[in-house]
Write a protein that binds this ligand. Structure first.
Ligand code: 13P
Length: 304
């Protein structure tokens, strides 16, 4: 049993120095984890941060595929995920075997894989993307070449609309974003007239069509911070509200629906970060062969 959150934070900070560790946190993490972290951001920002850190240990407060991506970019470093079972249901909707089967049916296609995927699936991929750079990544594929877009069908459809490119979409989805329906947005708009609607591209087309802006978590934060508007309805995971309110204390933010909470992201607590650092668990381990293959599509994405 640990004492108070203040003591826990102090103990984590001391361990951080002793271990030469950096704490990276996704914007969907609990507020106290975001406040503790050295860097908070979206999937792309976290990848970039992981690629340039001098720390010997990376404590990744996010879900499994994010910690795995940090490991791929830092094979020699200790990468810890504070909660072993903090996974991503979307990433688990595609397996390397099923992707290989689709590739066999489309041997000339370029495979673009969302960063929300396992290392084994990345190993079957030409280039990765995040929701921040998916449009740029798709546009980097020569015109006329077939594209397989894996695994998020909503992000894929949105990118098709933005780029005018046709793509074969894997039928995966994020359960947290997929549950939001236009009626939720309508209800919130009635309650908060004049509020702008911003949603993540993992939302369905019907929801994205109600929005004033569609973008990644970081793009949503930038948009709201730069906007003269005073109130915003936010269609992405609840954790983002902490950053939005922190940067914009004079503006109002409303979650599009109370169901937008990712249970996996919320598994990580101050206690689990402390335990993870004290016991050095859960260590992200990948075979050298898998790392070699899976890091290439991430490096290609970062080089764009
Ligand atoms: P971002 O890259 O926008 O942070 O999205 C990450 C994610 O997993 C959304 O569900």
């Amino acid at each position: 049993m640990y004492d108070t959150s203040h003591d826990i934070t102090d103990r984590i900070k001391k361990l951080k120095k002793d271990m030469n560790a950096v704490i990276l946190a996704h914007s969907y993490q609990r507020a106290e984890i975001q406040d503790l972290a050295d860097f908070v951001g979206d999937s792309l920002g976290l990848c970039i941060e992981a690629s340039k850190t001098d720390a010997e240990t990376i404590v990744f407060c996010g879900v499994h595929f994010m910690a795995e991506s940090a490991k791929l970019l830092n094979p020699e470093k200790l990468v810890l995920l504070p909660e072993k079972f903090a996974g991503c249901p979307l990433a688990n909707m595609v397996s390397p075997q099923r992707l290989r089967k689709l590739k066999d049916e489309h041997p000339d296609a370029a495979v673009i894989t969302y960063i929300n995927s396992t290392a084994a699936v990345k190993a079957e991929t030409d280039i990765c993307c995040t929701s921040s750079n998916a449009v740029k990544v798709v546009n980097s594929v020569p015109e006329g070449r077939e594209i397989l877009f894996v695994p998020d069908k909503n992000l894929g459809r949105w990118v098709m609309e933005k780029t005018g490119r046709d793509m074969i979409l894997w039928q995966g989805y994020c359960p947290t974003h997929h549950l939001v329906i236009p009626e939720h947005i309508e209800e919130m708009k009635k309650k908060h007239p004049g509020a702008l609607v911003l949603v993540h591209p993992e939302c369905s087309k019907e929801v994205a069509d109600t929005a004033d802006f569609v973008g990644s978590t970081e793009q949503i934060v930038k948009y709201c911070t730069g906007s003269p508007a005073r109130s915003f309805i936010i269609g992405t995971e609840e954790g983002i509200l902490h950053r939005l309110k922190k940067f914009n204390p004079d503006k109002e933010f409303y979650l599009a629906s109370e169901i937008m909470v990712c249970a996996n992201m919320k598994l990580i607590t101050l206690e689990s970060v402390l335990r993870s650092m004290e016991r050095k668990e859960t260590v992200i381990e990948l075979s050298p062969e898998l790392m070699e293959k899976a890091k290439r599509p991430i490096e290609r994405m970062l080089a764009l």
